[in-house]
Design a binder for this molecule. Structure first.
Ligand code: ADP
Length: 159
C-alpha cells in the first residue's frame, strides 16, 4: 500500500509507484481523505486524478482511508507499506512514522523508494505554489493534473 495525501499527485509519486511495481504484483494507492493540513483539492478531485492516471493499470487500485493507517492496513490484510524518500528533509518524519506504526502494529514493514534525481526536490506543495503563480506545472505533473491545477487557481483568483 502506498498511502499519502496526493494533493495533487506529482511525477514524483508516479515514479515511486512504477518503482514499487518492479518487485510487487499489486499496489493499492491509498488517499488519506482528511490530512492534517487542509488540502487544496477535495478528496473526490484527488481520487479522480489518481484513477485517471492509472485507469489502464489492472495491478493498481486507488482507495482511500480515514483514521489510522495501521487500522486500515489490518482491515485490508496488507502489511507492506511503500513510501517515497526524497532529500534528508523527509527522513525525520518518515522515521518517526515507521517506528510509531511499528509500535502499534508490529507486522508492518515499510519500504522507502527514492525517485529519479529530477524529482528529488519535487513536492505537491511546490507544484501548488508554481500553479498559484501561474508557472509551467506541466513539467512536474501529468497533463490532466496540470489542467486541474490551472482550473483551481482560475476559479479562485485571489489565492
Ligand atoms: P503525506 O501527506 O503522507 O506526506 P504526500 O502525498 O505528500 O503525503 O506523499 C506521500 C508519499 O510520497 C510520502 O512518502 C512522500 O515522501 C512521497 N513523495 C512525495 N513526493 C515525492 C517525490 N517527488 N519523490 C518521491 N517520493 C515522494
Amino acid at each position: 500500500m502506498y498511502p499519502g495525501s496526493f494533493d495533487p499527485v506529482t511525477n514524483g509519486h508516479i515514479d515511486v509507484v512504477e518503482r514499487s511495481l518492479k518487485f510487487i504484483d499489486k499496489l493499492i494507492i491509498s488517499i488519506i481523505r482528511h490530512p492534517s493540513k487542509k488540502p487544496l483539492f477535495t478528496f473526490k478531485e484527488r481520487f479522480e486524478m489518481l484513477t485517471d492516471i492509472f485507469s489502464d493499470r489492472k495491478n493498481i487500485a486507488v482507495e482511500y482511508f480515514d483514521g489510522l493507517l495501521i487500522d486500515y492496513l489490518e482491515k485490508k490484510g496488507v502489511y507492506l507499506v511503500i513510501r517515497g524518500l526524497r532529500a534528508v528533509s523527509d527522513f525525520d518524519y518518515e522515521f518517526q512514522m515507521v517506528l510509531t506504526n511499528r509500535k502499534m502494529l508490529s507486522t508492518i514493514e515499510t519500504i522507502f523508494l527514492t525517485p529519479r534525481e529530477e524529482y528529488l526536490y519535487l513536492s505537491s506543495s511546490t507544484v501548488k505554489e508554481i500553479a498559484r503563480l501561474r508557472g509551467p506545472v506541466e513539467k512536474f505533473v501529468p497533463a490532466f493534473v496540470a489542467d486541474k491545477l490551472k482550473e483551481k487557481f482560475n476559479e479562485v483568483s485571489n489565492y
